[in-house]
Design a protein around this ligand. Structure first.
Ligand code: MRU
Length: 351
């Protein structure tokens, strides 16, 4: 294991360069960095959750666009544009829910669309500049969310989180975990309860690993223990990330988040979401319009190398659910805190 906290993903070299990332499917047992040199490898890494978490998927797609464009000879700008369209629509097909993926690809396409007379080599360099900007901006957004969120965290007490919304899910320190890191650094005596997060255990494998690395006290619990932890007074606040937030504040996040929000309300515990402006989809009126990814039955029936469901039995495996805005006490963004959460306040902060 590394002694210093490594970058989740980074561009190595210039042009041509390589997209290097931590293979998160191996954690916490093995720390492995992989170098991706084809757009098919980038697509597979996103699809198989080697890189995951909404902001990190967006940054990967931006660099993945460069991976798909570089190393080819373009006789005309039209050839270059055709390849750009092919690469971006291919990457867009990797996962449907996190809007950061489409947001980043739109940004890349917009840069090219704004300069139709620029030659392919110069355009490629400009696009690498845009991907780097998306990466650096994400790091800054993480820092800002951390600072905005400190005041919402208890001076002392338990904070429950679900899935992984940490550095591994972003180019920086994370969204929900950035708030926890910042609160810990500011002297708040918080103890994190990390839901293990079935079926792929992002909470147990990744969130616990990150918090341990940063010296933040953490206890892993089964997803089904959250109600008891709340009833017993162990949880003062809940904070999660989001994959896509509709204009009315409904927020899609890892499956199980909705249950936690309902439980938090039943116990009078504030439920917070931390997400950058790149996670808002203002084209959607409500969470009912958010596309929810359905994943392979094997993740539930044969997870972690052991069969746990009889052959032939049906399995339902949606990767995300939507928490209605009415259950969300506040949304922490890099621009400030949205409180209360409704169409008007979301518009005011994000539009
Ligand atoms: O399927 P995953 O692991 O990509 O799901 C990730 C989440 O649900 C995160 O909570 C979300 O992307 C926010 S990450 C800052």
């Amino acid at each position: 294991m590394p002694t210093k906290i490594p970058r989740t993903l980074q561009w190595v070299g210039d042009l041509p360069g390589t997209l290097r990332m931590i293979d998160q499917t191996k954690l916490p047992v093995e720390f492995l960095e992989i170098d991706l040199t084809t757009v098919e490898q980038v697509w597979e890494a996103i699809k198989m959750l080697r890189v995951r978490g909404a902001p990190a998927i967006g940054v990967s797609a931006a660099y993945g666009t460069i991976v798909g464009l570089q190393g080819r000879a373009y006789s005309t700008r039209a050839d270059f544009d055709a390849r750009l369209a092919e690469v971006t629509s291919y990457l867009a097909s990797s996962r449907p829910t996190a809007v950061n993926l489409f947001w980043a690809l739109d940004r890349m396409r917009a840069v090219a669309a704004a300069e139709t007379q620029t030659d392919p080599d110069t355009m490629l360099a400009r696009l690498l500049g845009e991907a780097r900007a998306i990466d650096v901006e994400d790091q800054a957004m993480c820092r800002a969310m951390g600072q905005h969120g400190i005041a919402l965290m208890p001076e002392q007490g338990g904070v429950l989180t679900h899935c992984n919304a940490g550095g591994l899910a972003t180019a920086g320190d994370g969204t929900a975990l950035s708030v926890l890191f910042a609160a810990h650094a500011a002297g708040r005596k918080i103890h994190v309860f990390a839901d293990e997060t079935r079926p792929l255990l992002q909470g147990a494998r990744l969130t616990a690993w990150e918090l341990q690395q940063r010296g933040v006290p953490v206890t892993v619990i089964c997803d089904s223990m959250a109600a008891v932890a709340m009833r017993d007074g162990k949880v003062s606040a809940v904070i999660t990330g989001a994959d896509r937030i509709a204009s009315n504040g409904d927020a899609a996040n890892k499956i199980g988040t909705y249950s936690i929000a309902v439980l938090a309300q039943a116990h009078g515990i504030p439920f917070y979401v931390a997400a950058p402006s790149s996670t808002f989809d203002m084209s959607l009126g409500s969470g009912a319009e958010i596309p929810i990814e359905e994943r392979d039955r094997e993740e539930i029936a044969n997870g972690m190398g052991r069969q746990t469901v009889p052959d032939g039995v049906d399995v339902w495996n949606p990767a995300f659910d939507v928490t209605p805005a009415r259950l969300i006490r506040a949304i922490i963004t890099e621009r400030g805190v949205i409180d209360p959460v409704n169409l008007a306040t979301v518009r005011e902060m994000i539009s």
